[in-house]
Write a protein that binds this ligand. Sequence first.
Ligand code: LLP
Length: 425
Amino acid sequence: MSYFSHQDGVLHAENVSLSAIAEQFGTPTYVYSKAALLENFSAYHDACQGRDALVCYAMKANSNLAVLDLLARQGAGFDIVSGGELLRVIAAGGDPGKTIFSGVGKTVEEMQLALEKGILCFNVESIPELHRLNEVAGKLGMRAPVSLRVNPNVDAKTHPYIATGLKANKFGVAFDDALDTYRTAASLPHLDVVGIDCHIGSQLLDDAPLLEALDKLIELIDTLHAEGTHLHHLDIGGGIGVDYGVAGDKPPVPVGDYLGRLFKRIDAWRAEKHGGQPIKVIFEPGRSIVANAGVLLTKTEFLKPGAEKNFCIVDAAMNDLMRPTLYQAWMGVQPVTPRDGEKLVWDIVGPVCESGDWLARERELALEPGDLLAIMTAGAYGMTMASNYNTRGRAAEVIVDGDATHLVRRRETPAEVFALETMMK
Ligand code: LLP
């Protein structure tokens, strides 16, 4: 269900009106629904009940400490891509022992930190990375748990910037090189080969490419098994998409249906080839946990109708929400208090000095200056991709829980934006 709905003509997050939030905290502000977040996580958690499975939330989608804390309390693990994200997990009370470390460019310092904190596994993406990790672990007198991110060369059928499982992408070890890479990993004294993983892309509406990738991983696991390398876990990555309301898009596959099909295949394979012996299954969902749990609340500053285009200039901008300009992403726009009156077709744009600074294009709305708008489904890859371009302090973040409102990140001031800078001596 949606936790953002109009009640008495005003858009609410759970039981709190967005106009009240704008009044209390100002705009632009990201507003999240706790219930939506927990419901999204439960879809994974429930489908994994009774199984050896771990949901490692890909925190790059939304890494606010309060979000991490809520998910950690539900038993979530985390998928991280930097030492900074590991420090966030720890600051939020998450368990490093349930944390996996993805990414193509892990530094020596990040590897050291992750080993010292005792993470569950490194998802390694290349042979040089294997050697570096072996050396770092050796110096610490430790063995590093390793999974290889295999690039299964499957077309995820999504935007090219967020497709990751094709040969042309920088990610993972090519499928054809995977066996040799596993052999290298197994020969290194300070590595423990424990798993296999892949992540083929993001915003997938269909699970067919994911099941195709699964089949390829299964094939490799069997070959490795025959060579005497036994893997403890299989990590299928994230990628399940959400409904952004794009006209003509089919709704994304429900998480429970996808996990059901995936477990069915895994069970059949284990029964046939491995005497029914289970294997731990790991997921790395990001968007499907947080996207529809958040909106970006913004205020109309000026209306600028023109001969070719009508511009609605709001106080949020591309620095707050990169997705539209970066991926030509379509995000829904809802007036907080819809008004009667003549509707015009508006481009919703920000104050940043770039023609690419737009949040939505060609939306038919009745608007007046001062009106509040909600950019919908903005909980994922919104705040985490925000920047300070034009010396704009980043937005505030608020979580609504029923009738209660919690400020979980205050608005950044312009002075804070340049606080780390100094003039030359
Ligand atoms: N695991 C790995 C290794 C990843 O690279 C990603 C996302 C995920 C898991 C989570 O994927 P999800 O479940 O969220 O699809 N900024 C883009 C999306 C970039 C995704 C990057 N990797 C956007 O706003 O659409």
